[in-house]
Design a binder for this molecule. Sequence first.
Ligand code: SAM
Ligand code: SF4
Ligand code: SF4
Length: 380
Amino acid sequence: MSERVIALLDQRPPILPLPPLLAEQDLSALPVDRLRRPLTDLRISVTDRCNFRCSYCMPKEVFDKDYAYLPHDQLLSFEEITRIASVFVDRGVRKIRLTGGEPLLRKNIEILIAQLAALRTPDGQALDLTLTTNGSLLARKAQSLKDAGLQRVTVSLDGLDDAVFRQMNDVDFPVTDVLAGIEAARAAGLGPIKVNMVVKRGTNDHEILSMARHFRGTGIVLRFIEYMDVGATNGWRMDEVLPSAEVIRLLQTELPLVQLDPSAPGETAERWGYADAQGLYDPTLGEIGVISSVTQAFCGDCNRARLSTEGRLYLCLFASQGYDLRQLLRDPTKSNGELAATVDAIWRGRHDQYSVLRSQQGADTTHAPSRRVEMSYIGG
Ligand code: SAM
Ligand code: SF4
Ligand code: SF4
């Protein structure tokens, strides 16, 4: 394998050697990793580009006009993505989320969606196929995404106040366009819709209550995400994290909540339902979620693999290195069986639990890999 010279801000870290395969790899049982976690969820980044410059993800100072995005021939093609996705489905994946960068910027994404929507699990079931978007192109694309076979969307929205929202996306994008996108997604039947709000203390925490009021009773699930120390460019500081417990406390002052059971194993969000006058969950008012990526580690049942735009497999959001599956996909001598055996072997060797280790060491992230991969490269 050739050595690559890495510029200081190259967001693409070195690759890990692929595990050696046994001559007769047994694929009869689905893989579990070293912490006994199955592989059920695959996030695929379809582009490293974005039309927003959220400061917590792609700060303008780094992702400027000189930034070296991947050239088109480095990206996995739709055929390559579909082939590797089918291998993952064979190895246990039941949910696929398309992400980025901004996935709706990838040209003809509907073609990829149609290909993925046609995949079936070994027992003939369709996949749970979803996409995370900043919503900027959703008003235009919701219907074609639905027609292609997308089931639902998650829309990122960090505030309702136009000035706050423009400040968060840092490209002066108006909030009304994203709200129109959410409406279009609803009209197209891309539900249940989730809305993700990254909360940064001192920047948009004063929007928490208005966001909750806006989405309460609409069937849309609003989720508050703790600002994470992902990547290496956002200048993360613990004092800008608003712990989920504080979000819940704030909401309870005006909108009573009751805690709900998790909907599925490996669910990242803690669920809270709006309560009626008797203090009981009222399904007509709906629910919210909090994702406590910083203050409450949920690595114990993390069943997610991430495939970067250029086909590298990452086992953790905070990983510094990935496995180059593209070289296998582009090698005509490699069969799907060999791809499956490789995915299996990689997953069986996994022991990542970054958030657990971080919480054991408080806010100290000095033990973290120094060149963590950027969120815009592997997706959220
Ligand atoms: N561009 C799309 C979007 O914004 O929805 C998809 C990609 S984005 C990387 C996926 C998710 O990651 C978004 O919901 C975004 O808010 C979240 N995210 C990015 N950086 C984050 C950070 N530092 N902390 C917490 N969430 C972050
Ligand atoms: Fe773009 Fe999404 Fe990152 Fe914001 S969070 S910069 S919209 S990729
Ligand atoms: Fe999964 Fe890594 Fe996040 Fe833990 S830190 S939940 S292992 S992605």
